[in-house]
Design a protein around this ligand. Sequence first.
Ligand code: UN1
Length: 492
Amino acid sequence: MKLNNYINGQWGTDTGADYTAVKNPANGKTLAEVRLSTADDVSEAVAAAKAAQKKWARVPAPKRADYLYEIGRIMIEKKEHLSQVLTKEMGKVIEEARGEVQEGIDMAYYMAGEGRRLFGETVPSELDNKFAMSVRAPIGVVGLITPWNFPVAIATWKSFPAIVAGNTFIWKPATETPMMAYEMALIFEEAGLPEGVANVVFGSGGTVGTAMIENPDVRVISFTGSTETGRRVAELGGRHLKKVSLEMGGKNAIIVMDDADIDLAVDGILWSAFGTAGQRCTACSRVIAHTHIKQELEQKLLEAMKGLTIGDGADESNKIGPVINAKALEKISYYVNVGKEEGAKLLAGGNTLTEGHYTGGHYFEPTLFTNVAADSRLAQEEIFGPVISLIEISSLEEAIEVNNSVVYGLSSSIFSRDVNKIFQAQRDLDTGIVYVNAGTTGAEIHLPFGGTKGTGNGHRDSGVAALDVFTEWKSIYVDFSGKLQRAQIDNN
Ligand code: UN1
């Protein structure tokens, strides 16, 4: 199967372009080939999106929203199929794949509801017989660049608010997960979205992403991915005066206080550290444990980790799937070595799994380090794999300081039964998302998603905040006095 671009409601054909293989991370088998598009493909897509946008912006927002209801309905109908493709292509276990598709469905219905709101404001004028208001206006053609770890959900966080607000889009999915973008384009087509509203261009960030950012008709770039790439997007976007929304890394921590429900904390840590094989921006990669419960927590974690079955995510009995590719495995192994060299104590895991039914796949054992220094590289840098670093603290103040000592600020969590500690923590944890008595993962789509500091650049995906990325405020003054009233002069 060859995956070609979806531009202006048409599927591209094989024109002798270059392709690259899409592989199942569970076994290394080739699933499809995906087009490596050129800058010309991007120009064609942007031209189509531009031509469609004026008309699309004139479709009343509640009617634009009707397409989202239809997209949501089709996603429900295809939920199992989409989940199976997602697991095959990305590797996450099937239960989580179903959860991710559900996240996309929720986003469709939630944003469709916004089509009947898209609230603006009416504001009193300084002058008599004058009416003032501000409305959310669409921006134009927007460019979406999405990662492989949540190939459906993150695409819906961006594309659905973009279209309900009256923009048209070009979407460049990650080269590792184009099949999900292909599936979504089929759904856009089936839902009858007018041609040119949704366009998918496959290929590398270097070529397709760069061409999107450099194209003067693309007004917004919404990016989720690595810090390294995000920085390049921001630099290039800055040069071209683009509105750039960035969602990047995390080094999220779970704080376990001495008054916590330890069994509950263990469940939360396991789910957030090892779910999606640790490949969530929100994944827990640090556990900040109070000295009084440190040993008990370590023992209980070790015991619970024994029950984690690793293998092909398509097999319902597995709890942890593969990581995305060989490069990811290398990076995780590298950090395990860094940890050892830094003097952290390896309590469990630390190895790649390559033999027997792991052959051909990219598997890494769930790994637990303890006695990790809060300022070590192991505890500071994003690993994006199933590795926990346990750091010991002796007060809430210290826990908060350790939590905030990293360059990222996406998600954090505290397990405690003390209401005073909980309220202090939710105020002082410097992250865009804070959980109390729950892990660091599992953000819901109707709340803003994003982080402080190096995680992003102040924008938020999903929730009503996503509309701030894809709209511009327009202020409108209607003077019905029949004479020229001069603001700041005639009203004093
Ligand atoms: C991500 O890893 O970038 O909050 C997204 C969560 C999911 C989304 C994660 N709802 O864990």
